[in-house]
Design a protein around this ligand. Structure first.
Ligand SMILES: NC(=O)c1ccc[n+]([C@@H]2O[C@H](COP(=O)([O-])OP(=O)(O)OC[C@H]3O[C@@H](n4cnc5c(N)ncnc54)[C@H](OP(=O)(O)O)[C@@H]3O)[C@@H](O)[C@H]2O)c1
Length: 244
């Protein structure tokens, strides 16, 4: 059969950092990247989760996996992470939190946690990654945003603010670094079957996207020929339950 994929970028041996790779979407992306031969570092805040995920992903190959405890809200920790890793071809800014409440009852601490993780954390990682990518002649940054980055909802003001902000950040950065050979894309998924925002993944939610669906988009983006840059991708469940 004739293939229409044309030339794809070979990801074998590429070094990738995925923030928040211990579960959910980040873990799905880590699995996919290791499967295509990349050397992947995952991060998370909880040491035991990082160790367990690293041990499990370590059995996949042919790429390698390493794990780092790093809270992306803290610049000093992000700085140490990138210093320890030393080089990076691919950065997946995936770590994110959702805390949903009316503005009048949301605590300032919760509001800050959402913005500091979903926006400041991405800035810290990009700030450290870009000089390393420039040194290697290029790279790829993929930010995991959300359809909530374009669609406001009641009780989601903090999350909306963070993902609207992340989209603007991503577009500005894309224009800033593309002449340096660094691509920037952002993916806006709808509902994904994960533990996000305290959810429980379940079979009842099999209509939702799965982490593997987002991982597939990531691999497709990374494999695109150098000249092409799909910079903003929306992906949603094809058959959500009908609204009554
Ligand atoms: N699930 C959805 O429906 C959905 C839809 C659209 C977009 N998204 C976005 O997709 C991304 C991943 O979400 P998910 O569904 O996979 O959620 P998840 O299952 O809750 O996983 C989140 C990951 O991020 C890590 N994390 C959270 N805060 C962190 C911090 N401060 N520093 C480092 N790591 C941190 C978590 O590990 P620790 O808690 O151990 O640190 C975990 O590994 C988020 O950016 C989210 O906004 C999700």
């Amino acid at each position: 059969m004739r293939s229409y994929r044309g030339n794809v970028v070979d990801l074998t041996g590429k070094s990738a950092i995925i923030t928040g790779g211990t579960r959910g979407i980040g873990r799905g992306i880590a699995k996919a990247l290791v499967s295509v031969g990349a050397n992947v570092a995952i991060t998370g805040r909880i040491e035991s989760d990082v160790e367990n995920a690293t041990a499990e992903l370590g059995t996949i190959g042919p790429g390698t996996i390493s794990g780092y405890v790093c809270d992306v809200r803290h610049y000093d920790q992000v700085k140490s992470l990138f210093a320890a890793f030393g080089m990076v071809d691919i950065l997946i800014n995936n770590a994110g939190v959702g805390i949903f409440a009316p503005v009048e009852s949301m605590s300032p601490e919760d509001f800050r946690a959402v913005l500091e993780t979903n926006v400041c954390g991405v800035f810290y990682c990009c700030h450290e990654a870009i000089p390393l990518m420039k040194r290697r002649g290029g790279g790829y940054i993929i930010n995991i945003s959300s359809l909530a980055g374009a669609n406001p909802h009641p009780q989601m003001a903090a999350y909306n603010a963070s993902k609207f902000g992340l989209n603007g950040f991503s577009e500005a950065l894309m224009q800033e670094v593309r002449q340096d050979g660094i691509k920037v894309s952002y993916i806006m998924p709808g509902s994904v079957n994960t533990e996000f925002g305290g959810d429980e993944p379940s079979d009842q939610k099999s209509w939702q996207l799965q982490p593997d669906d987002i991982a597939r988009v990531v691999i497709d983006l990374l494999e695109y020929p150098g000249r092409a840059l799909p910079s903003r991708i929306e992906i949603r469940p094809s058959q959500p339950p009908k609204k009554q």
